[in-house]
Design a protein around this ligand. Sequence first.
Ligand code: TPP
Length: 627
Amino acid sequence: MSQPGDKYPLLFSIDNPAQLRELEHTELAQLADELRAYLIEATSQTGGHLAPGLGTIELTIALHYVFNTPQDRLVWDIGHQAYPHKILTGRRNQFHTIRQYQGLSGFLKRSESEFDTFGAGHASTSISAALGMAVAARQEQKNREVVAIIGDGALTGGMAFEALNNAGDLDANLLVILNDNEMSISPNVGAISNYLARILSGHAYTTVREGSKTVLSTLPPPVKDYARRWEEHMKGMVMPSTLFEELGFYYIGPIDGHDLNTVIAMLRNMKDLEGPRFLHVITQKGTGFEPAAGDPCVFHGVTPFNPDTGKMEVKKKGRSYTNVFSDWLCDMAGADDRLIGITPAMREGSGLVKFSEQFSERYFDVGIAEQHSLTFAAGLACEGLKPVVAIYSTFLQRAYDQLIHDISIQDLDVLFAIDRAGLVGADGATHAGVYDYSYLRCIPGMVIMAPADEAECRDMLYTGHMHKGPASVRYPRGGGPGVKERKEMKLIPLGKSQPRRDSQSRAVAILAFGTMVEPAMTVADEIDATVVNMRFVKPLDEEVVLEMAGSHSLLVTVEENVIMGGAGSAVNECIARHGKQVAVLNLGVPDRHLEHGSQQQQLSEIGLDASGIQSKILEALSQHGFG
Ligand SMILES: Cc1ncc(C[n+]2csc(CCOP(=O)(O)OP(=O)(O)O)c2C)c(N)n1
């Protein structure tokens, strides 16, 4: 029987980068071919991020070939393009477990490998982290190189520029590599992106660069130094210096990131230099796999697919909350021409494709710039427009001060459509949307709604849009119970819950929030409990809380959010404030970071599926002597 090693002999002969560095330069092209083919084959079975990794095959090989990893530090931004890095750093044999329960993480993780020098998942952190490491090396007199690898999408995030600003000033020994493929998930946006394209099209500049590059790579260090100064001189004569040079970096590029020889030569050159250095590398997402190169946006993240044709498995999925939002947004925009739709670089994920096509003049992709997206919305709202910020729960964390300082204090009319709230499955801890009830609830005036089904989601979005002041609707990844929305939209009375089930025994009342209404109903049918769909985390329906506390032996709160500070805490505070004596059980996400897996696996691990909820309630009943 053939073994995987037969198909990928060179790749399977390398278990770590030290062995990679033993290879002859001439063998690296074959390694790149094998790594690419292996990545395609493996992700065709598991799904995951594909196009970004296909674009970084040569860069990854070159980095581990030239730098003495892990002593030299490679800091990848986001981590979705680091699958080749994972395969080359001792994780090839577990690669088939990527993004699965108890398997390899889809992002970078310090606890997974010493080669993952900095955990990531969110964008634009690499330069800051690498700068910290470079300064630590200087402080500790460690002779090591630190390299940050950042995409042009991630470079649209403000923090990347905060770090460049700081690095240039500190004169830190840091190499920043810009992996420029002109794509974020969708085509990259913004003036910096246009600027990078202009650099790329600067033929004169490239020509000088190409010439000097060849010269530099062949010269011994002292002569090279001289040549570098000559190159600087030439460059200054040909065209103005780049933005990165103005910031204090020694800039080289743009170079072809798929040309292994060039990349290796350039990295060697730059390794010999000191101070802040910037290498601009041009790559193409999806290189070497026609379907992915042809549609890098679709192949950014994939479900299992046919490795010959690229055809993805279409799982029968119901209507997702993202679809509900997408339709609502277009309907609402049709009815209200003050509506503006904003996304921080998540057009596809947040369901804005249709809106961007139908209402292009009211659609704004602001780049991976969550902070800016909120303050931009605030400015629009000041002038009487009605911005809707479509944002993932996990990414809203980035814009917390903007939420308080720019929106809440000024009581501005901004609606937050918070997607991927709750457990998000394969993306794991870095993308968990389990904090928003807690971090939103303490902000004065913030309305927080959580729909129990699709129809309610549409009405809540409408209610939030009509509300004066900031409001949010938070909904999960995927679908709900499948309740069809009505075309006409209905206002939901602010802070009013909805009774769902009355019990005979009056032993247990379950106050369920959002996604937890469905399992609560299943449990209630089994144990005869009362169920209330709370609808609002804020303002909380205090009347119903007090009524339930007065009429039932055990109050159970259940939410897909951390227990600390969440919806259950709001119920506890209400009960305490009114001096009510009642046994309470708070169910939700525990005080630890949950690993990746399917949403169902995650829910069952923490007892938030129907059977887990039921057994915790039964346990509490017997503990309190009500059993
Ligand atoms: C703070 C934050 N916002 C949004 C995202 C979602 N996201 C993941 S990858 C990506 C695009 C990144 O583009 P780029 O850095 O150019 O890398 P490429 O995929 O092109 O290699 C986005 C927006 C994120 N990971 N972090």
